[in-house]
Write a protein that binds this ligand. Structure first.
Ligand SMILES: *Cc1c(COP(=O)(O)O)cnc(C)c1O
Length: 229
């Protein structure tokens, strides 16, 4: 658990350097700790070291951890594939959903978000390198899709996220990140007051993502160590 705070210190230092290189404030980059396969003690250790935002991919794995950590003021981000029979629990347990790419799912999340809760913060997932069989909408479909999402009353559309095709070298990710930045800046829907989040960059490429404008990065192994298969 000691190593989690050491890893975090080193990640934060690298965030600060990457931000400095491009004239940004380190605070302009929000860090989401991705805790799939980790237990609640590991998340507690990250929280003790100052982490607030936690990303989970699987509902069944996440719910027991969210319950066990109810004494902490954490912000939970759903970052996995969404099946329609899971939307009710996702809308109940999470503050953010980063992987919205179907209108039907978005409608269910909006309908099922409790009236007394804050609106659900959502990001639209983009398939930035047009990989077949991959989640996310095509860049060319973003404007129309976003315009529909902003009409859903219980969602707050915050921006876009992507998981680009893995590359052996993080610099090879730069063109995809740059296309995301351009989309983010041009596709803000009219009447959308909260369009402020560009979620891209993981352990192997977050510095390049920050240089290209990421406002949110999602780090798993860089904080918690290698995942067991
Ligand atoms: C697992 C995962 C991450 C974190 O990946 P690392 O390489 O461990 O940092 C980020 N985003 C999503 C959507 C993930 O599934």
């Amino acid at each position: 658990m000691h190593s989690i705070s050491n890893h975090l210190a080193s990640i934060r230092e690298r965030i600060a350097h990457a931000a400095q290189r491009c004239g940004r404030q380190p605070e302009s980059v929000r860090l989401v700790a991705v805790s799939k396969t980790r237990d609640s003690d590991a998340i507690r250790a990250a929280a003790a070291a100052g982490v607030v935002d936690i990303g989970e991919n699987y509902l069944g794995e996440a719910v027991p951890k969210i319950d066990a950590l109810g004494d902490l003021a954490l912000c939970w981000h759903f970052i996995g594939a969404i099946q329609s029979n899971k939307t009710r629990d996702i809308a109940r347990c999470f503050q953010w959903v980063q992987t919205v790419d179907r209108l039907k799912i978005a409608q269910r999340l909006s309908d099922q978000r409790a009236p007394d809760a804050e609106p659900l913060d959502v990001l639209i997932q983009i398939n930035i390198d047009a990989q077949p069989q991959k989640a996310g909408i095509a860049p060319g479909a973003l404007a129309e899709f976003a315009a529909l999402l902003v009409t859903l009353p219980r969602l707050r559309v915050r921006g876009i996220m992507t998981i680009p095709r893995p590359e052996p070298d993080s610099d090879a990710q730069r063109p995809a990140f740059r296309r995301m930045r351009a989309l983010f800046e041009t596709a803000r829907p009219e009447a959308c007051t909260h369009w402020d989040t560009l979620s891209m960059g993981m352990t192997d490429d977050f510095e390049v993502a920050i240089e290209e404008g990421a406002t949110m990065i999602r780090i798993g192994t860089g904080i918690f160590g290698p995942r067991r298969p």
